[in-house]
Design a protein around this ligand. Structure first.
Ligand code: AMP
Ligand code: MN
Ligand code: MN
Ligand code: MN
Length: 278
């Protein structure tokens, strides 16, 4: 089966590697088709495309859009997008604009529990000033020696209900799918296994997503357990979704799953790349 890795992050969002370094790593790891999907940002795609072309690595332009649905943050991946599309570019710019004030609030809340200078501290880990994320705060908290890894930082400081968590309203589900479709791409629900919805809410999410023109879900992702690969393969079949596969790699030493290192999709699902010609 094709080793497609259709989800990862560069230093244009909260990954630690440049698009060029990611392309080299994907190639070295045996990836056959590679997509880069930075959070709310397409600024790294030109570099990624050029680096992939130089390595003869088939490349897919992608993005991972943060949305708010039923009170929770959900991520929608767009694949095969034209990253110069105005609707997409403007939509992403608007949604990115919320990150700076949110970051100031995160820092203010962390200050209240005695973590000083978190805004400046997080910024040290930011390469794209437009895209400050909780991951950057997490790296600073690790640097301070308060936690050993990202998981513990989210469990203790930055996850929902923790002292540094700031509720935030991202784009809508409808907007995200519309932007992706306007840019000629296909919309895929990222790592569904990470959301804390009831079965009824999941059913509503999948149906609404479909009604807006969404076509796929991630089945095999670095964010799912082995049991969830099978569970979401069944969901893909039941809802007639295409199935996607992506490591969600953010950087060496940080991510559990490396580029290209996931198992193949479970049998019986239709891959998102079924008609891409590779
Ligand atoms: P933000 O978009 O600023 O809310 O940051 C979300 C990012 O934080 C995600 O894309 C992940 O990279 C990271 N993240 C969220 N939860 C965790 C976790 N439990 N462990 C490690 N990283 C996480
Ligand atoms: Mn991330
Ligand atoms: Mn995500
Ligand atoms: Mn991701």
């Amino acid at each position: 089966m094709l080793n497609a890795d259709l989800h990862c992050h560069s230093n244009f969002s909260d990954g630690t590697l440049t698009p060029t370094a990611l392309a080299a790593r994907a190639k070295a790891n045996g990836v056959d088709v590679w997509a880069m999907t930075d959070h709310d940002e397409v600024g790294g795609l030109a570099e990624a495309r050029a680096a992939a072309a130089a390595l003869d690595l088939p490349f897919v332009a992608g993005v991972e859009i943060s949305i708010t649905w039923s009170g929770q943050t959900v991520h929608i991946v767009g694949l095969q997008i034209d990253e110069t599309n105005e609707t997409l570019v403007n939509g992403l710019a608007t949604t990115r604009g919320g990150r700076e004030p949110r970051a100031r609030e995160i820092a203010a809340q962390l200050e209240k529990i005695g973590i000083k200078g978190a805004y400046e501290g997080a910024l040290k880990f930011v390469d794209n000033p437009d895209l400050i994320s909780r991951t950057h705060f997490a790296r600073y908290i690790i640097e301070l020696g308060l936690c050993n890894n990202l998981h513990d930082v989210f469990a203790n400081y930055l996850g929902e209900g923790k002292p540094g968590f700031v509720p935030h309203r991202w784009a809508s589900l409808q907007n995200s799918v519309e932007w992706i479709r306007a840019a000629g791409g296909i919309a895929v629900i990222a790592h569904p296994g990470r959301y804390k919805f009831t079965d009824i809410a999941f059913d509503a999410l999948f149906k609404e997503f479909k009604s807006f023109g969404g076509v796929g879900i991630e089945v095999t992702t670095g964010s799912h357990s082995v049991d969830q690969y099978d569970y979401y393969a069944k969901v893909a079949k039941d809802y007639d979704f295409l199935a996607s596969r992506g490591s969600d790699f953010h950087g060496p030493g940080e991510s559990r799953v490396d580029l290209g290192a996931l198992p193949p999709l479970p049998s019986g699902v239709k891959p998102v790349w079924h008609n891409w010609g590779w």
